[in-house]
Write a protein that binds this ligand. Structure first.
Ligand SMILES: [Zn+2]
Ligand SMILES: [Zn+2]
Length: 314
């Protein structure tokens, strides 16, 4: 999101965690605050619109959840972090922009954070957003721990070094540009639905379109990614494989989160594109991925070898 800068650049760049200078930390906090105001304000408008016309949820919800699943999970998570599939360059750029529209972090920063999460999963101070940051008791985890995993960690001055993780994809000039101009591109994710709405129906449709496909989309994406997956899925649910850390499956939420809450499966087999590894697992992103494969937009998809499952069972 911002050019990395530490109190002592030379020393800090040697490590995985850098300490932001006061000015860069303030810029980061300012982005979080301004974005929160836009997103929460727009979400209130979206809820009022949906209360007045509840049937609109039938098309709004699928559009925003699929856009979020593609932008965060398919793009930032499975392609750029875990290299779960190959893709033509133009589609990679499309995915990177879609992920940036979610306003979570810049492309490179999101990937660096997530690599650090897998490397140090649920280790206090090393995993950037573990709900066990302040202790292991249920009371701590389900109060301040979840608050930390959802939003608190975003305000830390200690952030993950992008250079430490040697993100090869940033050598591509377009992806580098998308990473560098994160703030402007992420706000374009609000402006584009507003402009399209204005062109088709004037000011009132512009506001509604921004509220649904800008603000509510980012709110739902953030809620699923940070509260449900990074928070709840490390606190409560079931486990069936031997993994480091405490990631869990919350199978009942899997259809709504496009497989995201089979998070324990993901930690057991992080490169597999689908989190459905057993027949009983339901990943609603599979049909979307099938369509993308048939269109030639994703290929060389990573899967779990059936023979690997018994070896990893608890
Ligand atoms: Zn996790
Ligand atoms: Zn992951």
């Amino acid at each position: 999101m911002h050019k990395e800068e530490s109190m002592d650049d030379a020393a800090a760049d040697a490590g995985e965690i850098i300490v932001l200078s006061v000015s860069h930390h303030l810029k980061r906090v300012l982005y979080l605050v301004i974005t929160s105001v836009i997103v929460l304000g727009g979400t209130v408008i979206a809820i009022r619109e949906l209360l007045a016309a509840p049937l609109e949820l039938l098309y709004v919800l699928p559009i925003i959840t699929i856009a979020t699943a593609l932008g965060v999970n398919t793009a930032l998570h499975m392609h750029f972090t875990h290299d779960s599939f190959k893709s033509p360059r133009p589609f990679q750029y499309f995915l990177a922009v879609l992920g940036t529209f979610e306003c979570q972090e810049s492309l490179g920063q999101w990937v660096a954070n997530h690599k650090r999460h897998h490397k140090h999963v649920d280790v206090k101070d090393l995993d950037p957003h573990t709900p066990y940051q302040f202790g292991d008791s249920k009371l701590t985890v389900f109060t301040i721990g979840l608050l930390w995993a959802t939003i608190g960690w975003k305000f830390s001055r200690r952030i993950t070094s992008k250079s430490y993780h040697k993100l090869e994809f940033l050598k591509d000039p377009v992806l580098f540009w998308i990473d560098r101009y994160f703030v402007a591109i992420s706000y374009a994710g609000f402006a584009i639905p507003f402009i399209i709405g204005y062109l088709f129906g004037g000011y009132s449709l512009a506001i509604k379109s921004f509220a649904y496909y800008g603000a509510l989309r980012v709110f739902v994406g953030y809620f699923i990614t940070e509260f449900i997956i990074d928070g709840l899925c490390h606190s409560l649910g079931t486990e069936k494989f031997r993994t480091a850390g405490r990631a869990k499956n919350i199978a009942i939420l899997s259809p709504l989160t496009f497989g995201g809450t089979l998070h324990h499966n993901h930690h057991a087999f992080p490169r597999a594109l689908s989190t459905a590894v057993d027949k009983s697992d339901l990943d609603t992103m599979k049909p979307v991925n099938w369509v993308l494969m048939k269109c030639g937009l994703i290929n060389a998809v990573q899967t779990v070898e059936a023979g690997a499952l018994p070896l990893r069972r608890k």
